[in-house]
Design a protein around this ligand. Structure first.
Ligand code: CMP
Length: 139
């Protein structure tokens, strides 16, 4: 059964470009409620662990280096059909292919520096939220 939560990160490129506020506004306007949020920075080891599923991909090293290059904002979001609706809101991984008006079309720099992360399944939303937030931090 689908849960109503997903997990997101505002990535280092979007934090550096001062787009945290713009991105959170788009998230709220789309009907998502923020249930947990933190501004933090991942070590290379933590970024490597978070993206472990991609460890065999050719871009893994670049991804880990980039995701630990500066601060990020991590959040758990709530809405009906959260995982699928959030992926629609952020658009395709590559901003050149992202639909007009999506967060990546508006704010992403490239396929690697793509402004935001969104969980790809209910199971991963749970795992990723638990990676950043303790039980008392996610009411
Ligand atoms: P994300 O949704 O966070 O999940 C995996 C990330 O890997 C993805 O966003 C991109 O930031 C990154 N990624 C995916 N494909 C590539 C690629 N071909 N080159 C570099 N980075 C990529």
């Amino acid at each position: 059964m689908a849960t109503n939560r997903t997990f997101t990160m505002v990535k280092p490129d979007a934090v550096e470009a001062n787009n945290i506020g713009n991105i959170l506004a788009k998230i709220n306007e789309a009907g998502f409620r923020i249930v947990a949020m933190k501004y933090t920075r991942l070590s290379a080891e933590q970024a490597g662990k978070f993206y472990e599923v991609h460890s065999e991909r050719p871009f893994y090293g670049e991804l880990v280096e980039y995701m630990s290059s500066g601060p990020i904002v991590a959040a758990i979001l709530e809405k009906d059909n959260a995982v699928a609706d959030f992926r629609t809101l952020i658009g395709a991984t590559d901003p050149a292919e992202a639909a007009e008006g999506t967060i990546r079309a508006l704010y992403a720099e490239s396929k690697a520096k793509n402004a935001v992360h969104g969980s790809d399944s209910d199971e991963n939303a749970e795992i990723e939220g638990n990676f950043f937030f303790s039980q008392v931090e996610r009411p």
